[in-house]
Design a protein around this ligand. Structure first.
Ligand code: FES
Length: 100
């Protein structure tokens, strides 16, 4: 049972921790818990709105897929960022997400 720990991007404090459901992306988990980060493409991996910073547990995320790599390159997003809609953690991760 993996958890996502969400930290504020404005302050250095944890805002919440949520248990991820099986095969659930970070974005879907946040939305299920009413943390409504922007997602113009509705989790399609194309808008880049859900770009998050992984503070801990990056090794528990899958490698970037072709769509995520493509979006990051087109939008000029940092290659070490991750799209919350594209990642399903296998163990606990700590992240900062836009808008919180
Ligand atoms: S919601 Fe659009 S890229 Fe993640």
């Amino acid at each position: 049972m993996s958890k996502v720990h969400v930290y504020s991007s404005k302050e250095d404090r944890r805002l919440a921790s949520f248990v991820l459901e099986e095969d659930e992306s970070v974005l879907r988990c946040l939305h299920r818990h009413k943390m409504m980060t922007r997602s113009s493409c509705f989790g399609g991996g194309e808008c880049g709105d859900c770009l998050m910073t992984v503070l801990e547990g990056a090794e528990h995320l899958p490698d970037q897929g072709l769509r995520e790599k493509r979006t990051m390159r087109i939008l000029g997003k940092p290659q070490d960022g991750r799209l919350a809609c594209m990642v399903v953690p296998t163990q606990d991760v700590s992240v900062k997400v836009p808008g919180f």
